[in-house]
Design a protein around this ligand. Structure first.
Ligand code: G3I
Length: 390
């Protein structure tokens, strides 16, 4: 019945929305959200793909007005899993030794439980957003290996323990493979964790997380690992971790791509490679920017897209229309092809999580990477993902 209504909904949506791309389909500040009913009547991606994989987004409730009523309607109607964008990162939730700030993470958990949205935790161990105190002794000198390992254990036990039984899975370790290519080694990032503990910090992190919540799925999460040297290094790393007994459930392919570099063939092969190791897959942070070259690395100044406006070749971006209908259609085609690949591998894929609910709530806001524009109007990309259901 659910499937029938989902298809019926698609049909109605396609008929109703088959209108020329007017102001409504544009990211046009003049477009005012007019009703929640409009959002509620859209086809629901979580229902359309219910038999394939979960459909997710990232969220954080930093203040009561983080999201508009219309935003909240998109969240509740489209997604059945959510990832905290920042609130569970080490620096945000564990700012100093013995000090924990649970407020935002608890608010996210409360909202998701009230709206039957599953939660995946992000992220226990990362080279970014991790305060120095983890690596210093009482004198402010470098702490010993034992001391840093004890802090790693305590951080994971406390955080995973706090949400035990409420979190579907955890990004245990995030982005340890370096960008600079070295395909014949694991090519580990020389992070403070690596220098303080050694390369076995990754296995310890997985073991601590499993001890803290034996029922939680555990993920290795990274960007760019679906292709090239990073893919080769990630395979060497995962084989070693599995050999050393790290309890890994899945690999998170983040999926921060751009129109310029959608790696269809490589992604198809990478999913099969990871599956050959006995691992499942998360598409964990999906966005497809209209400009730029994608990638999950942070710009030195922070979010890549929030401040960036697309290169306008000398013509003021205000004068050049952005996004153009052609860019929006190319993005729609790109997302459609990605969802064909995801459906081909639906037995391996746990979830497809978009990294944001709309082009306003996105770390790459200036590059319009998502399915809804800044006023929660569905873009051609949304229609394309609806239609991509096989
Ligand atoms: O909350 C503070 C605010 O109080 C302050 O006024 C403002 C200006 O300094 O900063 C705000 O914190 C920002 C935070 O996002 C919340 O907006 C941080 O500076 C900013 O660095 C942080 O950026 C996040 C980035 O990770 C770094 O943690 C992005 O939102 C988030 O989308 C991005 O997500 C990462 C994944 O975790 C890992 N994979 C790559 C992905 C993109 O970089």
């Amino acid at each position: 019945m659910k499937e029938l209504s989902a298809h019926l909904c698609c049909l109605l949506f396609l008929v109703a929305s088959f209108v020329p791309l007017g102001a409504k389909g544009q990211d046009n500040a003049a477009t005012q959200p007019d009703s929640l009913v409009e959002i509620q009547s859209l086809p629901r991606l979580k229902d359309i793909y219910a038999k394939d994989f979960l459909i997710g987004t990232c969220l954080d409730f930093y203040s009561p007005d983080t999201y508009s009523a219309r935003d909240l309607e998109v969240i509740k109607s489209q997604f059945d899993v959510a990832t905290p964008e920042n609130s569970m990162k080490p620096g945000n939730i564990h700012p100093s030794e013995g000090q924990w700030d649970w407020a935002a993470a608890d608010a996210l958990m409360k909202f998701c439980q009230e709206n039957s949205i599953q939660v995946t935790g992000h992220t226990l161990v990362w080279h970014e957003q991790t305060p120095n105190w983890f690596f210093l002794d009482a004198n402010g000198d470098k702490a010993s290996r034992q001391q840093v390992l004890a802090r790693l254990k305590e951080h994971i036990e406390t955080l995973v323990g706090h949400f035990k039984g409420k979190v579907k899975g955890w990004d245990v370790v995030n982005e340890v493979v370096r960008d600079r290519p070295d395909p014949n080694t694991e090519n580990l990032r020389p992070s403070r964790w690596f220098h303080a503990i050694g390369s076995d910090y990754i296995t310890w992190a997985f073991k601590y997380a499993h001890e803290a919540d034996p029922n939680a799925e555990l993920y290795y999460n990274d960007y760019g690992i679906e292709q090239g040297a990073k893919h080769k290094s990630s395979m060497l790393l995962l084989k070693r971790l599995i050999h050393d007994g790290a309890p890994i459930t899945a690999v998170g392919i983040q999926g921060h791509w751009s129109l310029r570099n959608l790696p269809y063939k490589e992604l198809d092969q990478a999913i099969a490679d990871y599956q050959s190791l006995g691992l499942k897959i998360n598409i964990s942070e999906l966005d497809v920017t209209l400009t730029g070259s994608g990638g999950g690395q942070l710009n030195p100044g922070g979010n890549a897209g929030a401040s960036a406006t697309p290169a306008s070749g000398g013509v003021s971006s205000r004068r050049r229309r952005f996004p153009t209908p052609e860019q929006l259609q190319a993005q729609a085609d790109g997302y459609a092809k990605l969802f064909q690949i995801f459906q081909k591998h639906k037995d391996a894929i746990i979830r497809v999580t978009f990294w944001g609910i709309n082009d306003h709530h996105s770390w790459e806001a200036g590059r319009r990477p998502l399915l809804f524009d800044g006023q929660d109007n569905p873009k051609p990309a949304f229609r394309a993902v609806v239609q991509a259901k096989d």
